[in-house]
Design a protein around this ligand. Structure first.
Ligand code: UP5
Ligand code: MG
Length: 195
């Protein structure tokens, strides 16, 4: 493990945001395949931390079960460690920042500002259908928790998207279409000719 991240100016971060089930993970996997980014899902890192038996495990499990947002201190540390451990300088940060506290803490601690925000826009009914069909044993894929996740997304996460919208950094994608069609739009943003 390196002692610190390379000069933050050389690090490229894209935040991948969107409601629960909007397809963040699915699209990130495709971006990784085509454009050489490292995919860091904050939710996956938290679930791994929980399973590793860390002292925060029970707290993380309870927060996820209730659809609530884990304190930034925990999540930023996991993201920072994952960035240090990778040998890459290009990261997709998926499902983070989820609220203003997350956003401010990440910038303060890492001094990294995102290149842009990929925002997957999808109707709630469609997201609900996808989550209920996923069947990967996630403790938060039940209708009660899904409703809580939608509420937290609307109340806490959408304002972060709006914040970056005011900075002109949001690339909004219609994520209600089949995954390959969504990626047709996404890949344009990562192609060298773009911008
Ligand atoms: N699918 C995907 N794309 C499709 C398409 N275009 N058409 C049809 N089906 C499509 O996709 C979900 C399902 O839909 C899959 O079965 C897929 O095949 C299908 P996926 O790509 O997994 O969507 P994604 O947006 O990644 O959904 P996910 O459930 O992971 O989103 P969440 O934001 O809810 O989950 P996350 O893991 O990010 O967070 C979980 C919890 O962790 C949070 O609720 C919170 O409690 C906690 N958390 C924090 O506290 N802090 C953080 O920073 C991050 C998480
Ligand atoms: Mg995901």
């Amino acid at each position: 493990v390196k002692e610190s991240l390379p000069n933050e100016k050389t690090i490229k971060v894209v935040f991948v945001l969107g409601g629960p089930g909007s397809g963040k993970g699915t699209q990130c996997a495709k971006i990784v395949e085509h454009f050489g980014f490292t995919h860091l899902s904050a939710g996956d890192l938290l679930r791994a931390e929980q399973k590793s038996g860390s002292e925060n495990g029970t707290m993380i499990q309870n927060m996820i079960k209730e659809g609530n947002i884990v304190p930034s201190e925990v999540t930023v540390k996991l993201l920072q460690r994952a960035m240090l451990e990778s040998n890459n300088d290009k990261f997709l940060i998926d499902g983070f920042p989820r609220n203003e506290e997350n956003r401010a803490a990440f910038e303060r601690v890492t001094r990294i500002t995102p290149e842009f925000i990929l925002f997957f826009d999808c109707a709630e009914k469609e997201m609900e259908r996808r989550l209920l069909n996923r069947n990967q044993g996630r403790e938060d894929d039940n209708i009660e928790t899904i409703r809580k996740r939608f509420n937290v997304f609307m109340e806490s996460s959408l304002p972060v998207v709006e914040y970056y919208g005011k900075e002109g950094k949001v690339q909004k994608i219609d994520a209600g279409k089949p995954a390959d069609e969504v990626f047709d739009t996404v890949k344009i943003l990562f192609s060298p000719a773009h911008g």
